[in-house]
Write a protein that binds this ligand. Sequence first.
Ligand code: SF4
Ligand code: SF4
Length: 132
Amino acid sequence: MRKTIPIHKAEITPENKCSFCVGSKCCTYLTQQIPTPRSKHDFDHLLWQISHENVHIYKDEDGWFLLVNNPCTHLLPDGRCGIYENRPQVCREHSNDYCEYDAPAEEGFELFFDSYESLLRYCRKRFKRWDR
Ligand code: SF4
Ligand code: SF4
């Protein structure tokens, strides 16, 4: 009879959680809140911004944001922070209590635009005279 050998997973605690996070997800992008776009002019400006590489746009319960998917230049190949002792305050305040390790940030988005085309489609729906 074959025996099943149980595999004991290491317990994840707030202290060791980040060491399990391959690539340190929260250090691989930045977000910047932007004013709520309302006019065609506002959306035209966003179309320019999202035309740049790795720039996405989302809206969640806190408002509209630019999402720039570029890793921090201080992120070391092994996932540690190269300036840990002097890291910016925003990094110190980022909690690992239910963070990107637990669920993709996209889950909380009401709107998400990952390309010029996706935002343009939204503009055409929102403004009937967009192309005129
Ligand atoms: S805070 Fe969360 S996303 Fe960031 S490194 Fe730790 S586990 Fe990963
Ligand atoms: S400074 Fe350090 S903790 Fe902050 S985003 Fe860059 S690598 Fe991450």
